[in-house]
Structure formats: structure tokens, C-alpha cells
Design a protein around this ligand. Structure first.
Ligand code: KIV
Length: 246
């Protein structure tokens, strides 16, 4: 499964041409588009705005929208937020971060026929609780918790599971054990699919390149060629390599 983040109509059309399976309007837009320090300031209004723009350029890939920070803090709020992203934004699925109390939210959305993507491991909306952007699940107790959380979100009715920055071995185990597809970012080649922030893939993100990403524009002369190279590498299993994994 090939997936990339997407924030506007032009990139959506490029993802369409590259035959990506999934376009995620990620709240990472807070960092890569707005220049914020975290995803926390992103509002539902902004997510709906970007979703609409992406939906105009997209036909085939599954359009997933992130539910931003506190927009799913309880079931009624989550239902209202999901309604806006699906009905106004044109998304076909919403993504929520975490397990614990989030499991009840996933269950409520799924029961009301809202397709849900869960997100475990490094969950950027919890950056202050996690103490930074770090690999999760390295300790045995953490790994066990992640495994239990993966089962919990799947049992609650999630349709997809994003695993961010978790050891490759653990991500492979989760992928084998849970019945829903996993999409990894910094989670090794054992996941069912891969996702990257599109600006990382194009080498646009300022500062140090995250270990899990690769600049696909290097050696290619257009954004289209870079996207095609990413799709081909994920499908062939040549990306991510061990050097992109933990
Ligand atoms: O917001 C985002 O871009 C994401 C991906 C990194 C999975 O959640």
C-alpha cells in the first residue's frame, strides 16, 4: 500500500498521476506548511480547508483526513469533527492518534459507519507527554503495550493502522497479528504499506532529514519522477531499507 501526505490540489493531482493508493491530509501541515513547532495548533477549520483542496485534485486514491488535536476529545465532539471532514472536506476516512480512551471514540465512529484509521507509536499530538519525537516501543513493557493497543484499536473497528517510529521487529509482529492493514513510517519494511510526508520525500523539509525518510528527488529530474520512484520502491519492497528503520 503506497501512501503520502498531501495538502493541496496540485499535489493531489500529482499523487493521482503517480497512482498512489492513499492521500493523507495530515496535521503535519501545521509543521511543514504553517511552520509551527508541533501539530497541536492545527484547527479543524484548517483541516477542512486543506481537505477540500485535496479532494478537488483527487479521484482514485483513498482520501484520509487527520482529526486535529482535541477535535475527538469525546464521542459527540468526534462525531461532529468527523462529519465536517467527510461531508464538507470530502474525506473518506478519518485518522485519530492513540489508544486508551481513544478506543471508545474509534468504536463510536466505526459503529456509525465512519471509516477510521488508527495511529500508534510516535503520536505527534502527544509530543509533550512523550517528551519529544522519539522512537516508541523499544522497551519490552512499551512493546507489549503497543501490541495490546494495536489489538484494541482493531477490535474497536479501525480499518487501518499507522505505525510511526517503532522498531521494525515490533511493527512486523503487529502486522502479522492484527487483521487490519498497517501503514508504517519509520516502522520498517514488514508493514503492509508505507507513508511519508511528501515534503520529506522531496528533500524540502529544512534541517536534518529524518532517518526514516529518503529524498526521492535525488537522481530524478521532476516531482513526478520522484513520486513514481517512491511508489515503485515501496511496491518492490526496496524502501524502507534497514538504514531507514529502527
Ligand atoms: O500528520 C501526518 O502527516 C501523519 C503521518 C506522518 C502519518 O500523521
Amino acid at each position: 500500500i503506497t501512501a503520502l501526505t498531501c495538502y493541496d490540489a496540485s499535489f493531489a493531482a500529482a499523487l493521482e498521476r503517480a497512482e498512489l493508493d492513499i492521500a493523507l491530509v495530515g496535521d503535519s501541515l501545521g509543521m511543514v506548511v504553517q511552520g509551527q513547532d508541533s501539530t497541536l495548533p492545527v484547527t479543524l477549520e484548517q483541516m477542512v480547508y486543506h481537505c477540500k483542496a485535496v479532494a478537488r485534485g483527487l479521484r482514485t486514491p483513498l482520501l484520509i483526513a487527520d482529526m486535529p488535536f482535541v477535535s475527538y476529545r469525546d464521542v459527540p465532539v468526534a462525531m461532529d469533527s468527523a462529519t465536517r471532514l467527510l461531508a464538507e472536506g470530502g474525506a473518506a476516512m478519518v485518522k485519530v492518534e492513540g489508544a486508551g480512551w481513544v478506543v471508545d471514540v474509534i468504536k463510536a465512529l466505526a459503529e456509525r459507519d465512519v471509516p477510521v484509521c488508527a495511529h500508534l507509536g510516535l503520536t505527534p499530538q502527544s509530543v509533550h507527554k512523550l517528551g519529544g519525537y522519539r522512537v516508541q516501543g523499544k522497551l519490552e513493557a512499551q512493546a507489549q503495550q503497543l501490541l495490546e493497543d494495536a489489538h484494541a484499536v482493531s477490535n474497536a473497528g479501525a480499518d487501518l493502522l499507522v505505525l510511526e517510529c517503532v522498531p521494525a521487529e515490533l511493527a512486523t509482529r503487529i502486522t502479522r497479528e492484527v487483521p487490519i492493514p498497517t501503514i508504517g513510517i519509520g516502522a520498517g519494511a514488514g508493514c503492509d504499506g508505507q507513508i511519508l510526508v511528501v515534503y520529506d520525500l522531496l528533500g524540502l523539509t529544512p534541517g536534518k532529514r529524518p532517518r526514516f525518510s529518503r529524498n526521492f528527488l535525488q537522481g530524478h529530474d521532476s516531482i513526478e519522477a520522484a513520486l513514481a520512484a517512491y511508489v515503485e520502491a515501496v511496491r518492490a519492497g526496496s524502501f524502507p531499507g534497514p538504514e531507514h528503520s529502527y
